[in-house]
Design a protein around this ligand. Structure first.
Ligand code: FES
Length: 143
């Protein structure tokens, strides 16, 4: 099914425009960096793609791209540190830390899953994520 862009824009939820993110049906592949810049787990490279800052992370040997944008008050989310989520252990007493797959916004500490873009505890909030492709040791983001 093919949509005219203007038709889609009229019917998109206002949140996409509220956050000033662009929605483009004609996705393209954008070169970001070489895999040598993301050799270790936890490494991050920032880039701008079509006016949107994006961070590409390497986690568990895989690559993930997420918008450098916090839906709370538009903070530079990916300038924050990676963290694990803190939960109460099964005994209800001791705390447990998850893997460091979350990025914590430097402004007010909201945390988002780098792999899915989901807020750590409130599923009303989500940050856009993008597909990543590797070809000939080059990292591309699809946007
Ligand atoms: S702007 Fe990111 S937590 Fe407030």
């Amino acid at each position: 099914m093919k949509f005219e862009r203007s038709w889609v824009k009229r019917r998109l939820s206002s949140s996409i425009y509220h956050y000033n993110l662009t929605f483009d049906m004609d996705k393209q592949r954008h070169y970001i960096t070489d895999t040598t810049d993301l050799e270790t787990d936890g490494a991050k490279v920032m880039a701008e793609v079509n006016g949107q800052e994006i961070a590409v992370y390497r986690l568990d040997g895989e690559y993930y791209a997420i918008a450098n944008f916090c839906p709370h008050q538009s903070g530079p989310l990916c300038e924050g540190n990676r963290k694990g989520k803190v939960d109460l252990g099964e005994d209800g007493w001791n705390v447990e830390y998850s893997e460091e797959i979350y990025v914590e916004c430097p402004w007010h500490s909201w945390m988002f899953d780098i792999k899915t873009g989901e807020h750590a505890v409130d599923d009303r909030y989500r940050v856009p994520t993008y597909d990543v492709e590797i070809e000939d040791e080059k990292v591309y983001v699809i946007r």
